[in-house]
Design a binder for this molecule. Structure first.
Ligand code: NAP
Ligand code: GFB
Length: 309
């Protein structure tokens, strides 16, 4: 009997990168993962398929950038805590032995000694801009540890930094910084208006390409079996100002960049320590940010206007 891995959120930025016969994916239109009955029917249905369910990569989440996180705190808390709770519990009930849960570097405390390591998740409150989402995600870590301890399951969590790539959500108000910048730069180039960027440009961020996240989290599913989450990061910081410079070059934008100082800067920085994944996979080559942005811009231009936005 062949083996399959369920990818929740299979249409998303990360989920879309799991390609081939190993994977089975369902849209939220078929199973709303906030609903316990839906999640149970998804796993029950899988038991009658002509393949064996070999693991779950749980990417589904309510996700957004600093704007979305500040505006929709209730939804970001409820949707994420319900999805994680349901998926992990139903996987257990249906005898799934291996599962990867997605956290995010925003789970870390705002005020903590840098760099961020896997041991520092619960040492203080997260940054105010995304506290609701961060607390919901932190509970994924607690649930995974509890299920490992009580049930002896090979469940574990990954902590990626800011992810970008083809198939992102290019929503200019609620999306993450890179897809928002690409979309806004495109609109400015086509309309002749200024390219409006939020904040001071001084904050620092770390970015990871969606294909790298998919490859690494599949590796984690197959090879990692620890209660401590694992950070997926290049550990290379870039300022928002320099990021804007790369987007402007790649989009061939010749107009004016206008900085909107009344828009949020968010957390100043969140530098992460990637030594754990580096020690386990010393030869892994992360996609350089310039190459990843070039591929994302090409994908955006090729697919516009049929993009998520
Ligand atoms: P995404 O592009 O927004 O995709 C999320 C997917 O979740 C969507 O395809 C959506 O499915 C699904 N989903 C949302 N609500 C659902 C519901 N109620 N029921 C079923 N499915 C639902 O997100 P992503 O950027 O790929 O994020 C993947 C994971 O990485 C998330 O857990 C996120 O927290 C984490 N993460 C993301 C970032 C980042 O910068 N993007 C950074 C760190 C961690 P449909 O399309 O079918 O509606
Ligand atoms: O990706 P982002 O929205 O989220 O990046 P975070 C925010 C940074 O980019 C801030 C600047 O410093 C903004 O001032 N920025 C500049 C912009 N222009 C724009 C723009 O047009 N749109 C956006 N969105 N930002 C998120 C968390 O934090 O990180 C999430 O809120 C998640 O929960 C994600 O964990 C990885 O990096 O601040």
């Amino acid at each position: 009997m062949s083996k399959k891995i369920v990818v929740t959120g299979g249409n998303g930025l990360v989920g879309s990168q799991f390609e081939g016969n190993d994977y089975i994916k369902y849209s939220s239109k078929l199973f709303d993962l906030r609903n316990t009955n839906h999640v149970d029917s998804m796993f029950r249905k899988l038991q009658y398929e002509p393949f064996r369910l070999d693991g779950v990569i749980h990417t589904a989440a309510k996700v957004g950038g600093v704007g979305g996180n500040m505006k929709y705190k209730g939804e970001f808390f409820y949707d994420n805590i319900m999805m994680n709770t349901n998926v992990i519990e139903s996987a257990r009930k249906h005898n799934v032995k291996n599962l990867v849960c997605f956290l995010s570097t925003c789970v870390f405390p705002d005020d903590v000694e840098y760099p961020l390591t896997e041991k520092k998740i619960h040492l203080g409150p997260p940054h105010k801009s995304n506290d609701a989402y961060a607390y919901a995600k932190r509970m994924g870590d607690i649930q995974i540890r509890a299920y490992r301890e009580q049930y002896g399951l090979n469940y574990k969590s990954v902590i990626p930094t800011n992810i970008y790539g083809p198939n992102d959500n290019f929503d200019v108000e609620n999306g993450h910084v890179l897809p928002s910048l690409i979309h806004k730069c495109f609109i400015a180039r086509e309309s002749g208006n200024d390219f409006e960027v939020w904040g001071s440009g001084k904050p620092l961020r770390e970015f990871i390409f969606n294909k790298d996240v998919a490859e690494l989290s599949r590796w984690v599913l197959d090879n990692y079996n620890e209660d401590e989450p694992i950070i997926l990061s290049t550990s290379e910081e870039i300022s928002i100002k320099d990021l804007v410079g790369i987007v402007v070059d790649e989009m061939n934008y010749k107009g004016k960049v206008k900085w909107l100082s009344d828009k949020p800067d968010g957390q100043f920085r969140k530098p992460s320590d990637n030594s754990k994944i580096k020690n386990l996979l010393p030869k892994y080559k992360f996609t350089p940010i310039e190459d990843g942005i070039r591929e994302t811009v090409k994908w955006f231009e090729d697919n516009y206007p049929n993009i998520r936005k």
